[in-house]
Ligand binder design. Sequence first.
Ligand code: ATP
Ligand code: MG
Length: 566
Amino acid sequence: MSEPETPSKANFIYERIDGELKRGAVSHIVTRFPPEPNGYLHIGHAKAICIDYGTAQKYNGTFHLRFDDTNPTKEDTEYVESIQEDVRWLGADWGNNLFYASDYFEQFYEYAVLLVKKGKAYVCDLSETEIREHRGTLTEPGKESPFRSRTVEENLDLFTRMRNGEFEDGARVLRAKIDMASPNIHMRDPVIYRIRHANHHRTGDQWCIYPMYDFAHPLEDLVEGITHSICTLEFEIHRPFYDWLLENVSEPPRPQQIEFARLNLSYTVMSKRKLLELVKGKYVSGWDDPRMPTLSAFRRRGVPPEAIRAFCEEIGITKYNSLTDLSLLEFFIRENLNKSAKRVMAVLDPVKLVIDNFPEGVVEEMDAVNNPENPSQGTRKVPFSKVLYIEKDDFREEAPKKFFRLAPGAEVRLRYAYFVQCVSVEKDAQGNVSVIHCTYDPATRGGNAPDGRKVKGTIHWVSAEHAFETEVRLYDRLFTIENVGDIPESEDYRKYLNPDSLKTLPRCKLEPSLRDAKPGERFQFERVGYFCADAKDTVEGKPVFNRTVQLKDSWAKIETKDARKQ
Ligand code: ATP
Ligand code: MG
């Protein structure tokens, strides 16, 4: 992201910062991305990263990556590592500014003591259920806890003993003392510390009390000198507590929270709980299964980070929740790959084609253009011989009227090679076409006829003797319905998983240059789609390929376009 592809669009966050800079309310912008290390990052997080990092960049400010690891039970170092890898891959650079909220546990504790001393927090012995019952509803005020009037001394003593491990989990909590009649439920004496005799992935058994998210987050921002704490809309209702807390423990200028609408993408889920369920239940092969909406899955599938950034830039920053169409993301992926990916020939569902009048044992080297959109990618040689493979689908015995590919008697162009005409077919015992026999016109080398005769179709091929056989996986949408988020909790969203989201083709025939594909390398298989050598299962000399995305254009359109070009 160091060189933005396009200038950033105007948005309400930039407008606000512009105003603050003008007034002198702020001078150096500091933002943070604060993932909780309890899962892998997904495309929604990418939107947040682009906003946090993009804002810091725009104002020559500072960007922090901060692990919000205050909850000991769900967090794991596996996630800490994957998150760093993904943020780096996306292109956000945190420099030396990598932080862990768990490093601030002592400071959180001191801030809590400060609140107690100010009479702004108290130890409460009500159970979790009782606290909930006392909280009231949206229409009714809450009831004050009988422990609310404890003295500062008593509170300090009890809070110290909570820290020292004298009490069981759930026996007591520390609560902010605000207003049980507040119309905002989050201001009704929220719990800020609870007892959890749990091992934390970084601090071990050092602590048995842990701060609640709403208490820890503003303090993390304060400790790090964050100026703009940008988060998703569901935190809007928590903002009064964010401000209340900072006003009680610090002087201005203070960090401020700004909310934006989260990204929802069609045909997928973004909830970490559900993603974890899919992984644990083996509905997918892991967090980086190319069907997942995680950044590691997109990477494995061959999606360039630039495409994700361009997509995030396009959707912009708004205050309204909506559902973004997956095809918009696919559009940006294609747009990027169209120019960057080398074009090669691969036959996914092969059938033999024999050129009867081509000399036995002769190999011709055909010149192929690596990317017509990007001539700097050069050309390569592709071996051509008497026996080829083409796609089964490119031949019909009984061709419909507008079928411009191969059929008995029809003539087509073999990409970068010759015109061939079908003369006969062989069939297997089941009556399926097993070999297509053609003759070629030697005068059409390179794909043009000197007599000016035209063919309507161009098909791709590989030389049977030189082709390289490998596995290709076709990935599709993970769910069959658009808005998976709309499914009520009472219904199992998993019944909408797309049973055809993965199709594995074990015996595809690829042009020989693909044998050297490096893990993660991206290609356009001409007329078929965009593919990427799988980074996990590729071994040297034997890459396997994942489909990144299909080609946008329909078969027919590509063929007529190709025919015109040649
Ligand atoms: P949970 O809190 O339920 O575990 P989360 O997705 O909010 O899940 P966090 O690790 O807390 O996970 O998220 C880190 C940051 O990413 C937060 O600031 C959050 O607002 C933002 N974020 C999460 N999901 C989205 C989304 N779909 N679109 C945009 N931003 C998101
Ligand atoms: Mg969260």
